[in-house]
Ligand binder design. Structure first.
Ligand code: SF4
Length: 218
């Protein structure tokens, strides 16, 4: 049933976090990886592609190019062949090889630990840099805003903006820094399982009683 009357205010951020953390105790990065280099490759591949699809492709990629040095020397067409099913494969292959070349030439083959250095790598924007810092290095420099985080941020009344960087700026003051990486995982898990893009399952949602958008979509 559609709710009527005055819209509810955004619930307190700590309440959202606490309830989602209880609902998804295993929330974590869904991209399979063993180290920062593998996570960087997987995150570049995840643009416009599901994590499940990326996870099907990365075992062959990592087996063939286990280190930045190997990927830096790869032919783009060989990389394209392996990653084809993730979509936009020409651009992604170019980014992967270029990123590996930059790691070798400028960072001694290591994935850098700073936002600025990460964002200077080919194919790496703020979102990817946040994923690497938060998940490979445990550095909460910002909040990863993907399509799920953006949608849930709006539905929960935490932001009204569309631009991911502006959404991140709205979310940052609401949550303690130590929680930023986990917050993204929680919102992504909830967005995949309950607060679906087209038809959110508000009746099954742990935030149903406090969400300003509850039942607006049914
Ligand atoms: S109540 Fe509905 S719209 Fe709000 S977070 Fe839950 S599923 Fe999403």
């Amino acid at each position: 049933m559609k709710r009527t009357g005055k819209p509810k205010k955004a619930p307190p951020a700590r309440l959202i976090f606490r309830r989602l953390a209880r609902a998804y105790p295993d929330a974590t990065c869904a991209l399979h990886h063993q180290n920062a280099f593998e996570l960087l490759c997987a995150t570049i591949l995840s643009a416009q592609c599901t994590d499940a699809r990326v996870n099907l492709v990365t075992p062959a990629l990592f087996a063939r190019y286990p280190m930045p040095q190997a990927l830096a020397a790869a032919s783009q067409s060989d990389v394209e062949e392996i990653i084809k099913s993730t979509g936009f494969f020409r651009n992604k292959a170019r980014s992967l090889v270029g990123m590996a070349q930059a790691l070798v030439a400028e960072h001694g083959g290591e994935v850098p630990h700073s936002m600025a250095a990460l964002q200077a790598l080919p194919g790496v924007g703020r979102k990817t840099a946040n994923v690497i810092l938060g998940n490979a290095y445990g550095i909460n420099e910002g909040i990863t805003v993907d399509t799920h985080v953006a949608r849930l941020g709006k539905r929960l009344g935490l932001t009204r903006r569309d631009d991911p960087v502006k959404i991140e700026l709205d979310l940052i003051p609401l949550f303690p820094r130590k929680d930023w990486a986990l917050l993204s995982h929680l919102l992504i898990f909830h967005g995949r399982q309950v607060c679906l893009a087209r038809k959110p399952k508000c009746g099954e949602c742990v935030l149903d009683d406090v969400c300003p958008s509850a039942r607006l979509f049914t």
